[in-house]
Design a binder for this molecule. Structure first.
Ligand code: CTP
Length: 401
């Protein structure tokens, strides 16, 4: 039987983008069933969705020939993934509060399928406490949110709230539909983000790592069934669904946290950028200029987490990262050897789309035993899945070895 996406469309100027989404999903031979709220029908005619999906667009509960209670349960059961795009503040509020007063809310509440929600609304509405709290409630219940983008909104404001592009919606839905649970049973420890090394109560040293790569790995692994603990330095990112997060500040704190958890894990992925050096002494009081024209800050080396874990690896799999700006291959292979790693993902942090803070990455993976795989430039979530594919394969190949 074909995979089925039930698509809820709510009242938003972005409803027209849902039409493109339907067309994209149909090209992938997916059975698409559209449910529109009454407000949605004011923006796009049901006929548009009916023509694109080749199915009736369900618009309200009481006027169909089929009894509505049968129809909404049938749709709820038929869904492999339930998507609401665009999702208005009103829909999010009703779903969070358990109010079921139209076809869309009654159906989404009756489904056991994964629910994905793509909000679209004015920035101030999106950032309002009510909407953010409702999103929090739904996230905790397991809904996956496809974050809105920033840009010029229909109301003339600029900010976050624009519905994600149809191509992005399609990618996320496909990822859900073909979801593998191949990492079930794997206890994975992931690190992410920069560390902060305090100089005095006011100043500190840090680096440009955003944590995006490590968070993407943690999220993808949890989605694929792994039990994931994320040791996180300084990062503004939200904890991915299903991931246990432990926040740390300095490189030495990260060492302690990883060291304490290492014994329990099957694999460690060190995507964090812990500082290599920290101030030799942290001043208790703010350092004063005192008329000085220059100043020397004494630093001491921190402990290398990977190297220490590599030295007591046992049967665990360890994946490191090598952030390089030159001689990538040579430097990465040296680290693989020196730190006793199983794999090292080398990336060129000087590249425009592969460095710190961006959403994309491209890496070359060097594997113990001589293997080498290149993971082409893509969104970090896709790179994360490819890296986990390699990790899973490596563990299969080396099991019992
Ligand atoms: N790393 C670590 N502990 C540190 C510093 C780095 O475990 N104190 C890890 C990083 O998480 C990464 C790997 O080591 O997975 C490589 O980091 P990188 O900065 O590229 O290399 P270094 O070993 O620090 O060497 P260099 O700075 O000389 O390139």
């Amino acid at each position: 039987m074909k995979k089925c996406v039930v698509l809820g469309v709510t009242g938003s100027i972005a409803a027209y983008k849902a039409a493109e989404l339907v067309s994209r999903l149909k090209k992938r031979d997916i059975d698409v069933r559209v449910i529109m709220t009454e407000a949605a029908t004011k923006f796009v005619a049901p006929l548009t969705f009916e023509t694109l999906s080749l199915n009736p667009a369900v618009t309200d509960m009481f006027s169909r020939e089929t009894p509505w209670e049968v129809e909404h349960i049938a749709l709820a059961k038929r869904a492999d993934v339930f998507v609401v795009a665009p999702a208005s503040a009103n829909f999010i509020g009703k779903f969070a509060a358990g109010i079921a007063d139209d076809m869309l809310t009654t159906t989404v509440m009756a489904t056991k399928a994964p629910v994905m929600i793509a909000p679209a609304m004015n920035t101030n509405m999106y950032e309002s406490a009510a909407v953010q709290e409702n999103i929090g409630i739904l996230r905790r219940r397991g809904c996956e949110f496809i974050e809105p983008e920033s840009g010029l909104l229909a109301c003339g404001d600029t900010g976050r709230g624009r519905l994600a592009e149809p191509a992005e919606l399609e990618r996320r839905i496909m990822e859900r539909l073909v979801q593998k649970r191949d990492l079930e049973g794997l206890k994975l420890l992931v690190t992410a983000g920069a560390t902060r090394e305090d100089i005095d109560p006011v100043r500190y040293i840090t680096n440009r790592s955003s944590g995006k790569m490590g968070f993407a790995i943690a999220e993808a692994a949890a989605r694929r069934g792994a039990e994931v603990t994320l040791v996180c330095g300084i990062s503004a990112l939200k904890t991915p669904y299903g991931v246990k997060r432990i926040d740390v500040v300095s490189s030495d704190d990260m060492f302690e946290a990883v060291d304490a958890l290492f014994g329990e894990c099957d694999a460690l992925v060190m995507a964090a950028a812990p500082a290599d050096f920290t101030p030799a002494e942290k001043a208790a009081q703010k350092l004063k200029k005192n008329g000085r024209q220059d100043m020397t800050l004494e630093l001491r080396a921190t402990r290398d987490i990977l190297k220490a874990m590599g030295a007591k690896k046992g049967g665990r799999t360890i994946v490191g990262f090598a952030a390089e700006t030159q001689n990538i291959r040579e430097n990465a292979l040296k680290k693989l050897e020196e730190k006793n790693l199983d794999m090292i993902a080398a990336n060129d942090v000087a590249g425009e789309n592969t460095g710190f803070g961006v959403d994309t990455n491209a890496v070359t993976l060097f594997i113990r035993g001589g293997g080498e795989r290149s993971i082409a430039l893509a969104d970090k979530s896709i790179v994360a899945d490819r890296l986990l594919d390699e990790l899973a394969e490596y563990r299969l190949n080396t099991a019992g070895a």
